[in-house]
Design a protein around this ligand. Structure first.
Ligand code: NAD
Length: 487
C-alpha cells in the first residue's frame, strides 16, 4: 500500500503549495511505495518560520538540559517501539536488506539516547585566572535554527547523527530528507511530537534540492546548515552560504581504502573487505571501495576474496537472509555500470560480476576489479556501488602513499597483527576516521567526519553536540576597577 505524506512542520501535516507529490517506486519491485509532498519555495520558508518562532519564542531552548533530556529519552523509546515499522519503511524506500535496515534504526535509537544524556552535559568554562576582581565564563549557547539536508543512502542514520545532537543543545530544526527516501524522517518527526517535543522544534519539508535545499542554504533565518551528501552539492552549499555568512558542516563523499598487510588475520580481513564494499550495495560514504593488498599475499588473498564474494546473497531486501539489496534508482545504476565499462576499457582485471542481475529489481552483481592502476577513474572517483577496486603494494610507505592518493579523506582501515604497523598507518593516513582490524564501526559517543573533499565539521560524540552551539564569553568585574583608564 502506498504511504502518502504531506510535509510535517509546526507539529502538524501541511499540504504542499504545489499540490504535487513525488512518487517513490521500490527499487526492488518497481511498485510505488510512497509519495512525498513536492515542496515549494514558500513551503520551505514556512517550515523555516516555524523553526524560527520555536527558537525565538518557544520553550525548547529555554528548558533545562534535564527537561530536554527527559523528553528526548521518551523520543528514543518511541523510535524503539516503532523499530520494525521504521525499518520496513527504510527497506522499501532504499532497497536495503531488512536486517541492515533494523541495524540502522537501532543505531538511530542509540544516538538519540546518547544525545539525550548529553543535554545535561553541555556546559561552558570558567576562568578564574584574570586577577582578584575578574571572573569570566564561556557559555555554549544553541546556534539557533539548523537546516539539515539528508541523502538517500542512510536516511534514518544520517538524520540521527544530526537531529538529536542539535536538539540536545536547544536548537530547532528544519529537515530536508532526500526526495527518494523521506518516509522515516517524517515518521520520526511525528514521534517527536508524541514524545512531548514542542511543535516547531522538529520540522520536515520534503521535495527536491532545488528549491527546498536552496531555500534552506540561503535563508537568513537559518543559522547553520548541516549537510550530508555529494561533494558536488556540498560545493554548491558553500557558495550559497556565503551571502549570509552561514556556517556549514559538510559530510561528503569518500574513496576509502582497506589496507591489508601480509601479517593480518586474513579471514577477518576478507570478511571486513567484503562488508566494507558491499554493505548497502556499496552506497555508503565510508565504503571501502579501494583494497590495497600486500603483494606477497595478493594472489592468494584475491582468489579467496572472490570465492567468499560469490557466496553473498543478492536479492529481495525483505528476505532475512539477503546480504545485498538493490541500487537506489535506475539512473544511478547506469552511472555505476558506466564506471564498470570504463574500468574494463582502461584495462582493469574484472574478477567478478560487472553485470546487472535478473530478478526484476535494480540488482547489480558484486563486482571486483584486480590490478587497478591509481590513474584509473575507478581508483579515483566515488563509484557508490558494489564495485571493489584492488591494487597491490609492497612496502608500508607505498601503502600509505596509495591510500593518500585521493581527493577524499573520510575513512581508511588497516589490517595487520603488528602494533607498529597499525600505529604508523593510522597516524599517516589522511582521513577523519581510521579503523584497525575492523571496519565501518561507529558509536554514538565517537566523533565522525572527514577531511579534504570529504568535508569538514564533526558529527556525533560530545563534539557533535558542540557543533550546534556557539560560544559566548562573559567577563565580569567584581571589584572597583572599571577599565584600563582607571588604572
Ligand atoms: P546528493 O548530494 O545528490 O543529495 C543530498 C541531499 O542534498 C538530498 O536531500 C538532495 O535533495 C539535496 N540537494 C540536492 N541539490 C541541492 C541543492 N542545490 N541545495 C541543497 N540541497 C540539495 O547526494 P545523494 O545522492 O543523496 O547521496 C549520496 C552522496 O552522499 C555520496 O556522495 C555519499 O558519499 C554522500 N554521503 C556522505 C556521508 C558522510 O557522512 N560523509 C554519509 C552518507 C552519504
Amino acid at each position: 500500500m502506498t504511504r502518502r505524506y504531506d510535509h510535517f512542520f509546526s507539529g502538524r501535516e501541511v499540504k504542499p503549495a504545489s499540490g504535487r507529490y513525488i512518487d517513490r517506486r521500490s527499487p526492488a519491485t518497481g511498485e510505488v511505495v510512497a509519495s512525498f509532498a513536492e515542496g515549494t519555495h514558500s513551503d520551505a520558508s514556512d517550515a523555516i518560520a516555524a523553526a524560527r518562532k520555536a527558537f525565538d519564542e518557544g520553550p525548547w531552548p529555554r528548558m533545562t538540559g534535564a527537561e530536554r533530556g527527559n523528553i528526548m529519552f521518551r523520543f528514543a523509546e518511541l523510535i524503539e517501539r516503532d523499530l520494525e515499522r521504521l525499518a520496513r519503511i527504510e527497506m522499501e524506500e532504499v532497497g536495503k536488506p531488512i536486517r541492515f535496515a533494523r541495524a540502522d534504526i537501532r543505531g538511530a535509537i542509540g544516538m538519540t539516547r546518547f544525545a539525550a544524556g548529553m543535554a545535561t552535559q553541555i556546559h561552558g568554562e570558567t576562568f578564574t585566572n584574570l586577577g582578584p576582581d575578574r571572573v569570566a565564563f564561556v557559555k555554549r549557547e544553541p546556534i539557533g535554527v539548523v537546516g539539515m539536508i539528508i541523502p538517500w543512502n542512510f536516511p534514518a542514520d544520517v538524520l540521527a547523527k544530526k537531529l538529536p545532537y542539535a536538539m540536545a543543545s536547544g536548537c530547532t530544526c528544519v529537515v530536508k530528507p532526500s526526495e527518494f527516501t523521506s518516509g522515516t524522517a517524517l515518521e520520526i518527526a511525528k514521534l517527536a511530537i508524541e514524545a512531548g517535543v514542542p511543535p516547531g522544534v522538529v520540522n520536515v519539508v520534503t521535495g527536491f534540492g532545488d528549491p527546498v535545499g536552496e531555500v534552506l542554504t540561503t535563508s537568513p533565518d537559518v543559522n547553520l546548515v548541516s549537510f550530508t551528501g555529494s561533494t558536488r552539492v556540498g560545493k554548491r552549499i558553500i557558495s550559497n552560504s556565503a551571502e549570509t555568512i552561514k556556517p556549514v558542516a559538510l559530510e561528503l563523499g569518500g574513496k576509502s581504502a582497506n589496507i591489508v598487510f601480509a601479517d593480518a588475520d586474513l579471514d577477518a580481513a576478507i570478511d571486513g573487505v567484503l562488508f566494507g564494499i558491499f554493505l548497502n550495495t556499496g552506497q555508503c560514504c565510508v565504503s571501502g571501495s579501494r583494497l590495497l593488498v600486500q603483494d606477497t599475499i595478493a594472489d592468494d588473498f584475491m582468489a579467496r576474496l572472490v570465492q567468499a564474494a560469490k557466496k553473498l546473497k543478492v536479492g529481495d531486501p525483505s528476505d532475512e537472509s539477503t546480504d545485498i539489496g538493490t541500487m537506489i534508482h535506475a539512473d544511478h545504476m547506469n552511472k555505476v555500470l558506466g564506471y564498470i565499462r570504463g574500468a574494463r576499457d582502461e584495462g582493469a582485471d574484472l574478477r567478478l560480476g560487472g553485470e546487472p542481475l535478473d530478478g526484476g529489481g535494480l540488482y547489480l552483481a558484486p563486482t571486483i576489479f584486480d590490478h587497478v592502476d591509481p590513474k584509473m577513474s575507478i581508483f579515483r572517483e566515488e563509484v557508490f556501488g558494489p564495485v571493489l577496486s584492488a591494487s597491490r603494494f609492497s612496502t608500508m610507505d607505498e601503502a600509505i602513499a596509495l591510500a593518500n592518493d585521493s581527493a577524499y579523506g573520510l575513512a581508511n582501515s588497516v589490517w595487520s597483527s603488528d602494533f607498529n604497523t597499525v600505529m604508523t598507518v593510522s597516524s599517516k593516513v589522511k582521513s577523519g576516521l581510521v579503523w584497525a582490524n575492523t571496519t565501518l564501526e561507529v558509536a554514538p559517543q565517537l566523533p565522525f567526519g572527514g577531511v579534504k573533499a570529504s568535508g569538514y565539521g564533526v558529527e556525533t560524540g560530545a563534539a557533535g553536540v558542540e557543533e550546534f552551539t556557539v560560544s559566548k564569553t562573559v567577563l565580569m568585574n567584581s571589584g572597583k576597577r572599571a577599565n584600563i583608564y582607571s588604572l
